[in-house]
Design a protein around this ligand. Structure first.
Ligand SMILES: [Cu+2]
Length: 345
């Protein structure tokens, strides 16, 4: 299957990448898939973000494909798939919430036909969204079935030996993390084994939401984790994404209802590039930095986050239509960090 004419101009390439792949060929057949290894090399000139100007490059070609189903990912399910764990009561009346996270090595299709050797929590990237309430006791049973040492480093307040920074968990071993859920807000978890850039680029990160005791207003809740894929292991990102594969929500818009309150839990899990951002079109949102307060910090249409920063944003679309959202680093948007909301009346 031919994926692009050799005569396609760079302008056409960028326009198609940015504005959608409708009308282009679908996912590559199995025999044309590219299996990535740390030895995979690219040809052509590199730009600062690790992308190449060589339009015969398989990753760049893949970013022009229309995205349908991809091996190992279900980004539409991921958006609102909250893991509340197993709930029980302690003798002091508090709630105990237990979770199981398994480090597992899987091959994931990060763009059509591009297979990446990922390290995952529970087989997906990002890992499951753990959800609990302020003051609950959280216990995470971590089982390492990967080829490498890993840990779970949680953002939040806890004891030193629950921090996942020093206690490396070897392949075949288990570790139990236990802490009181605090403070409320949008937390982040990831492996902290050096080189941390490699372990995060391989896919070992996820979201933990600690709900406040007084619940937030009812809303349509979505989790979005913006991150990258360094597909040739040169410490630069070739692909940018939200919730796993490149361009998924560009070609599969997120359905919203006009007039409903939408709450996005937005996390920047990008490595190698120091900042990332979220911009929504034709609207403004309220920003709650780290989600640690119930009053907004800002009202804007664009939020910039450094590595591991996160925020909750809330907005409502009142008019039906298709609206873009993307990183306002347009080079990231052109390399996969692009999506749409489809608002219906
Ligand atoms: Cu790791």
């Amino acid at each position: 299957m031919s994926v692009i004419q050799a005569t396609t101009s760079r302008r056409d390439f960028l326009r198609r990448s940015l504005w959608g792949a409708a009308g282009l060929a679908g996912a590559l057949p199995q025999d044309e898939r590219v299996r990535l290894t740390p030895q995979t090399t690219q040809t052509g000139g590199h730009q600062h973000d690790g992308s190449t100007t060589d339009e015969t490059d398989p990753v760049r070609k893949a970013l022009q494909q229309k995205v349908t189903t991809l091996k190992g990912f279900d980004p539409m399910l991921y958006l609102s798939n909250f893991d509340y764990g197993q709930e029980s009561k302690l003798s002091d009346g508090r709630t105990l919430r237990e979770f199981k996270l398994v480090a597992r090595d899987v091959n994931l299709e990060v763009a059509p036909g591009i297979i990446f050797p990922a390290w995952t929590f529970n087989g997906t990237v990002p890992g499951p969204t753990i959800r609990c309430k302020e003051g609950e006791l959280v216990r995470i049973h971590f089982i390492n079935q990967s080829i490498s040492e890993h840990t779970i480093h949680l953002h939040g307040i806890h004891a030193a030996n629950m921090d996942g920074a020093e206690e490396l968990v070897k392949p075949g071993q288990t570790y139990v993390y236990e802490f009181t859920a605090e403070p409320f807000g949008l937390q982040f978890y990831h492996c902290h084994v050096p080189p941390v850039t490699l372990h995060m680029n391989r896919g070992l990160f996820g979201v933990m939401i600690i709900d406040p005791k007084k619940p937030r207003p009812a809303a349509r809740e979505l989790v979005m984790v913006a991150h990258g894929w360094d597909t040739n292991f040169d410490s630069r990102n070739e692909i940018y994404a939200v919730n796993g594969p490149a361009n998924f929500y560009r070609d599969n818009p997120i359905p919203l209802r006009a007039g409903e309150l939408v709450r996005v839990y937005f996390v920047n899990a990008l490595e190698f590039d120091p900042i990332n951002s979220l911009h929504i079109h034709a609207n403004f949102f309220h920003v709650y930095r780290t989600g640690s307060k119930l009053t907004p910090d800002d009202y804007t249409d664009m939020i910039t986050l450094a590595q591991a920063e996160r925020c909750i944003v809330e907005f409502t679309y009142n008019l039906p239509g298709r609206y873009m959202f993307h990183a306002h680093q347009n080079s990231f948007a052109e390399l996969g960090w692009m999506g749409h909301f489809e608002v219906t009346g």
